[in-house]
Design a protein around this ligand. Structure first.
Ligand SMILES: Cc1cc2nc3c(=O)[nH]c(=O)nc-3n(C[C@H](O)[C@H](O)[C@H](O)COP(=O)(O)O)c2cc1C
Length: 352
């Protein structure tokens, strides 16, 4: 990766966090993004929840909330891109400042609150890229003021069916009050039941698009087992583990550590990987997992795969390391697979 992008990343880090993000999206829209191949060898190809990916490294939700730059991110080497979270109506999100870099901790705290342009804009963006290659998913959420949150997810599914390669039901963001309560048993029964009805009606006699469930890292073992059971009962195709945490580890050094919101980046790695391993143990390989949380190196991506992930996603490390990281991780993964005698990602999944 050229010095140009390294310099760009440092320059962006000198701006306030949210302004830097806006500037990045603008630059990407203008075609100034970096280029790296998505296919770097057959060993990196992987399958997750029915999707075939050229490499296992995905862009996590929240970077491209409005689906403005999925193709630029695919061109930067990501194996798949998750846009969103999108809510039916546009909403402004929480008051600023709401995004904080914890540089000393290689972490981020955000309490954005699903700021996004709504389904009209998102649908238009997906329509504009119809026919293009590369896997792009839609992460669905509910409006803060919604009186029927389940209906919001169903609306997202209905509006984007046929346009998005997969869907993620996000019930794990800490910044929409009460959203994570949808992880409780009865709420999940209602949510996944209604989603399943909608999906059956939308698919008809055609194959359904994959639907994934994204969970929080702040879960007890009993909850994990129950969530796996329900995800299987309702035919979810994969579970994304995990979203940001509301916990604040004692190790945090940065002045911003007391800000409210979800913590991501390095301090999330250990916890989210432990939870991922618990999901793998509970599911016994019967439902695919996507590992997210604190990945900033090939070693960490590989640790997620060995803990049970068939694919991974990242966001926060991009803030510190820039987009060159994607190709670096893929190169490193290739070397690690080879060193351990694995010919495919699938062979390494869940090997501990
Ligand atoms: C600024 C920011 C915004 C985010 N927005 C969303 C979102 O809208 N929907 C979602 O499911 N996750 C969102 N996330 C969570 C990420 O997708 C990811 O699960 C989490 O940050 C852990 O990965 P990381 O440590 O690689 O960042 C956001 C994360 C950050 C840092």
């Amino acid at each position: 990766m050229s010095l140009f992008y390294k310099a760009g990343t440092s320059l962006l880090r000198s701006l306030p966090a949210e302004r830097a993000h806006k500037t990045t999206i603008k630059a990407l829209r203008a075609g100034l993004g970096p280029k790296a191949p998505a296919s770097m060898g057959a060993a990196l190809a992987t399958k997750v929840g029915g999707l075939s990916l050229p490499n296992p490294v995905g862009l996590a939700a929240g970077f491209d909330k409005d689906c403005d730059v999925p193709d630029a991110m695919l061109a930067a080497g990501f194996g798949f891109v998750e846009c969103g979270t999108v809510t039916p109506k546009p909403q402004a999100g929480n008051p600023k400042p709401r995004l904080f870099r914890l540089s000393e901790d290689a972490a981020v705290i955000n309490r954005m609150g699903f700021n996004n342009g709504g389904l009209d804009h998102f649908e238009g963006r997906l329509k504009a890229r119809q026919g293009k290659s590369g896997i792009v998913g839609a992460n669905l959420g509910a409006n803060k003021d919604s009186t029927d949150r389940v209906a919001d997810y169903v609306t997202g599914l209905e509006r984007l069916w046929g346009l998005s390669d997969y869907f993620t039901i996000n019930i794990s963001s800490p910044n929409t009050p009460g959203l994570r309560d949808l992880q409780a048993k009865d709420a999940m029964d209602e949510l996944l039941g209604r989603i399943n009805e909608a999906r059956a009606a939308l698919a008809g006699d055609k194959p359904s698009y994959p639907i994934f469930l994204k969970v929080a890292p702040d879960l007890e073992s009993a909850q994990i087992e129950r969530i796996v059971e329900q995800a299987r009962t309702y035919g979810m195709n994969a579970i994304i583990v995990s979203n940001t945490t509301i916990a604040r580890p004692d190790s945090l050094q940065s002045a911003h550590k007391g800000e409210g919101g979800g913590l991501s980046g390095q301090p999330l790695f250990e916890k989210s990987t432990e939870i991922l391993a618990e999901f793998y143990a509970a599911s016994n390989g019967t439902i695919d997992l996507i590992g997210v949380g604190g990945i900033g190196s090939g070693a960490q991506a590989y640790a997620k795969i060995r803990a049970g992930a068939s694919a991974i996603q990242l966001y926060s490390a991009l803030v510190y390391q820039g987009p060159a990281l994607v190709q670096e991780i893929n190169r490193d993964l290739l070397a690690r697979l080879k060193a351990d005698g694995f010919e495919t990602i699938a062979q390494a999944v869940g090997r501990g």
